[in-house]
Design a protein around this ligand. Structure first.
Ligand SMILES: [Zn+2]
Length: 55
């Protein structure tokens, strides 16, 4: 179990998921995997096109 403290928003429980970027310091916390994956993919596409193409 992980507790998130970011931007004053704290979530606990099974619904919150997080993902750090493998290529920079970008980090995302979302309420569910579909949202999280979508946000990470769009981050990759915008910031790391080469990594995006490899996925
Ligand atoms: Zn990144």
């Amino acid at each position: 179990m992980v507790t998130y403290r970011r931007g004053g928003h704290v979530q606990s429980g099974d619904d919150a998921v997080e993902r750090g970027c493998d290529h920079c310091g970008w980090h995302c916390v979302a309420d569910g995997y579909p949202e999280l994956i979508g946000r990470y993919q769009s981050h990759l596409r915008d910031e790391h096109p080469k990594a995006w193409l490899r996925t």
